[in-house]
Each structure stands twice: as structure tokens, then as C-alpha cells.
Write a protein that binds this ligand. Structure first.
Ligand SMILES: [Fe+2]
Length: 329
């Protein structure tokens, strides 16, 4: 079964795009010039009509992240909604799942949890990432649901990596088109790995080399596939070249014009194309005395393919497969 799940309603080439039909079953309200749209209409607790699923897919492909409000889903309804768009994976390939709900991953900030000790190295792009790019086939999409939300703070930002690619000079686009880079998990900069980090990353090591520019099969869009938390090394560069080029690209993708910022409420849903975005939880939440509880489901992804047609390669670890019951043991 193919894992290409975010297919457009029509095939289109990069040179000659065919505009998608206007949605007839949902209302799509764009939030910025380049990324993010709120979708109004469907009740996500109910099975969705295939026409509604297609229109949500088209909006997701265009706006890269879509939001829904007032959708108080149970874990089971969350899984059912996600399953209309692809194959849910185990909650998290490395960091586990919610007891009794193996496709669901808890994204929690507990005000009583131990805070980081020592001084972190915080750079403008610190915390920005694309989910699980250490895997050879990072999730195609992630669907995050808000349950317990602070009265203020704790927002999430996304950035459009296709628009960021388009914003580079033609000369630099031509260069990054040829590059590949190595992605893996690491502790926050300035922190030693915790015992838990070492244990989980030893039992499920994931290291992958991806093209710096991946091409989306549905529309030929080129995406600057750089994930600041995971991408450590551009293949073939000297250390200082690597450091400076990564910093240039990381700084570029976090420019505000490529981003959208989302204010959570209980029952809010964010559904993003994980192939074409990076996201960030701003650090203000760590200074607030509030909990935040979100739940995430990720959909199985394809192996990225570069401009030259070369797919990513696994250096360590197996692909992330669709969830099956034996994975939860
Ligand atoms: Fe994430």
C-alpha cells in the first residue's frame, strides 16, 4: 500500500500548475500570506464524507497546516479522523505512546516536571524541528489535539519550507538542490543526555541522510527539508562550512513571513504536512506556572526524494511502519 497520502485532487506540474477546485463542503480561511488556514464545517467526531476528506487534503497541501476549532475528540475519534488520511504509526518511534492508545503520543508540559538545569545554548532557531526526521521516512503528517491549555502562552508556530526554498536566490537554490544532510536525535545544546535519552535512543537508534531539498510527488514543489533540531551535518562540507551554511538556512526558514502562530484552545486541532513544514513550541511556556496537554498522531511517511531523484538513506534504524498491535509490546 502506498504511503503517499496527501495527494492533490488533480495532478499538476511545477511549471504548469492546475488550480485546485474551490472547496464546496468546507470553508477554508487562510491565516497568513503563505501558511496556515482554519477549516470550518466538518464535525471531526463523525466519519467524514470522502469529498470532505479530499477537500481537507487539498487545503493541507496548499496551506501546509490546517486548524480546526471546537473538536473535543476522544483518543478513539482522534485515531479515526487520522486514519481517514493515512496510516497512523505507533505514537512515537522512540519515545513511546499513551497507555491503552498505542497510536497516540502525549505532548505534555508538566509544571512540576524538572526543568532544564544549567545554561542551554539558545539560538534563534533552537527548538524548530520537523517531526522525526531522524527516520528514513519521517511522518507524512502530524495531527495534534489540544486538551488542557494554559490561559495564555504555550502557542505553536509553523513555517512553510517550500516558500522558504522559493525565497532563496536562484544561485543558492541551485547549490542546496545538490546537497544531502544527516539527521539524528540529540539532547538540547549545552545539556548532557539523560539516562532516559540514552536508553531510548540506544534501543531504537535512528540516523538518516536526507536530501536538503525534497520534491513533493503530488505537485513537484521543492521543499527546503532542513530540521534544525535534527539536521547536524551536510555531507561533504568541512566543519566550519557546515556550521555557517546550516546557520544561514536555519535562520532563513524561521523568517516571520514564512510562519504562522497558533493560539490553542481546548478542542483545537492542528494538522500539518510534515514534509513541507517545521514547527516550534516557543520557550515562554517553560517560564509559566501552567500545564499543557496535547495529544499527537503521526501518519506513516514516504522516503523523501531529492531533486536528482535520489531517495534518502538510512544510516541506522528501520523505517517507521504503520501501527500494528505487536508494536505496543
Ligand atoms: Fe514536533
Amino acid at each position: 500500500m502506498t504511503a503517499t497520502i496527501l495527494k492533490a485532487p488533480q495532478q499538476a506540474s511545477r511549471q504548469d500548475p492546475i488550480p485546485a477546485a474551490e472547496p464546496r463542503h468546507i470553508a477554508v480561511h487562510p491565516l497568513t500570506g503563505h501558511i496556515g488556514a482554519e477549516i470550518e464545517g466538518p464535525d471531526l467526531r463523525q466519519p467524514l464524507d470522502p469529498a470532505v476528506v479530499e477537500e481537507i487534503r487539498a487545503a493541507l497541501l496548499k496551506w501546509r497546516v490546517v486548524f480546526f476549532r471546537d473538536q473535543p475528540l476522544t483518543h478513539g475519534q482522534h485515531v479515526a479522523f487520522a486514519s481517514a488520511f493515512g496510516q497512523p504509526t505507533l505514537g512515537h518511534a522512540v519515545y513511546g505512546f499513551v497507555e491503552g492508545h498505542p497510536q497516540v503520543y502525549s505532548v505534555a508540559r508538566d509544571r512540576l516536571a524538572a526543568r532544564h538545569t544549567g545554561e542551554l545554548l539558545v539560538r534563534p532557531w533552537t527548538g524548530w524541528h520537523t517531526d522525526v526526521t531522524a527516520a528514513i521516512n519521517p511522518p507524512a503528517a502530524s495531527i495534534l489535539r489540544g486538551v488542557d491549555i494554559p490561559p495564555y502562552g504555550g502557542d505553536t508556530l509553523w513555517t512553510n519550507l517550500a516558500e522558504a526554498y522559493n525565497g532563496l536566490s536562484e544561485t543558492l537554490r541551485g547549490f542546496v538542490d545538490t546537497l544531502r544532510g544527516v539527521h539524528y536525535f540529540s539532547p538540547p545544546e549545552g545539556q548532557d543526555p539523560t539516562e532516559d535519552f540514552i536508553k531510548k535512543n540506544t534501543s531504537r537508534p535512528l540516523v538518516s541522510e536526507h536530501p536538503l531539498v525534497r520534491v513533493l510527488p503530488e505537485n513537484g514543489d521543492r521543499v527546503l527539508f532542513v530540521s534544525p533540531s535534527f539536521l547536524k551535518r551536510i555531507t561533504g562540507l568541512k566543519p566550519r562550512e557546515n556550521q555557517q551554511l546550516l546557520e544561514l538556512l536555519f535562520e532563513h526558514i524561521t523568517r516571520p513571513e514564512y510562519t504562522v502562530r497558533f493560539r490553542w484552545h481546548p478542542g483545537s486541532i492542528a494538522f500539518w504536512d510534515n514534509r513541507a513544514t517545521a514547527h516550534l513550541a516557543p520557550r515562554d511556556i517553560f517560564s509559566l506556572d501552567f500545564d499543557r496537554q496535547l495529544y499527537r498522531i503521526t501518519l506513516r511517511g514516504d522516503v523523501p526524494v531529492g531533486v536528482d531523484g535520489r531517495p534518502s538513506t538510512a544510516i541506522k534504524g528501520d523505517p517507521i511502519e504503520a501501527y500494528s498491535p505487536e508494536q505496543a509490546h
